[in-house]
Design a binder for this molecule. Structure first.
Ligand code: SAM
Length: 241
């Protein structure tokens, strides 16, 4: 039966595509791509020739109904974004919601996404965490940060290298300069690195060493009050907080 597949693609290293993703991309009738030129590079690497249509944040509102109608008419559609998992800080959610609303089968393949390796690499508790994606650059930014002031879970943010120092400095003001942070840069790529320390230290590091490439910022949660005292059996990660 025709359905919508969401297919994760590598976030750098082209080997990070799954065998199933390759099969689904080969067998789909149409690939919906955020940027057809970017996806063409991947498809060429995989030896796949396929009809593509573009599906990005500027046309998704106008096209989701037509895409859903084409699946109802029997077309199997695979949605990919430029990198990682569609729907994670990328187009995907609107189409998924529309398909579910129309009773269309939706299947998301597990695969590459930037926040999971950044979180696990941070060494912060990952039993509970919150993914904040990109903070608004201006309007609504302060309000979002205010809401996170007392967040006890590990927090994950996507950030551009141009705003990193400003963001870390602002985080130091909101969460305190001693709060631990882990900045994952260029995951899966040649110059992959992880810079860990306090917000104050890491902000100073990147002020002195201009950051380049793609970045995930992972901030430790606020230490819980009376940690462990009122918990009969704290799990391993809770004990490490
Ligand atoms: N859909 C993607 C995912 O599943 O992670 C996210 C797409 S979002 C438009 C792009 C942001 O993801 C980048 O600005 C960066 O914050 C993060 N990102 C993507 N690839 C990365 C990488 N190789 N290393 C570090 N961060 C990355």
């Amino acid at each position: 039966m025709a359905k919508l597949y969401l297919v994760p693609t590598p976030i750098g290293n082209l080997d990070d595509i799954t065998l199933r993703a390759v099969r689904v991309l080969s067998e789909a009738d149409t690939i919906l791509a955020e940027d057809t030129r970017t996806t063409q590079v991947l498809l060429r690497h995989l030896g796949i020739e396929k009809k593509m249509r573009s599906h990005h944040k500027f046309n998704e509102h106008a096209t989701v109904e037509a895409v859903a109608a084409s699946i109802e008419a029997g077309e199997t559609v695979a949605l990919v974004s430029d990198a990682g998992t569609p729907g994670i800080s990328d187009p995907g959610f609107l189409l998924v919601r529309t398909c579910i609303g129309r009773g269309i089968d939706v299947e998301t393949l597990p695969g590459a996404t930037a926040f999971v390796p950044a979180l696990v690499d941070s060494g912060f508790p990952c039993d509970r965490f919150c993914f904040e994606g990109f903070l608004p650059p201006k309007k609504g930014r302060t309000k979002r940060l205010d809401r996170l002031r007392d967040e006890e879970r590990t927090m994950i943010f996507y950030e551009s290298p141009y705003r990193l120092v400003r963001t870390l400095t602002q985080f130091a003001e909101v969460f305190g300069p001693d709060r631990p942070v882990s900045v994952a840069r260029e995951l899966t790529k040649r110059f992959e690195e992880n810079v860990r320390g306090t917000l104050g230290e890491v902000a100073r590091h990147f002020a002195a060493h201009e950051p380049k490439g793609e970045i995930v910022v992972v901030v430790g949660g606020k230490p819980a009050r009376g940690k462990g005292a009122d918990t009969a059996e704290p799990d391993d990660e809770e004990r490490l907080r």
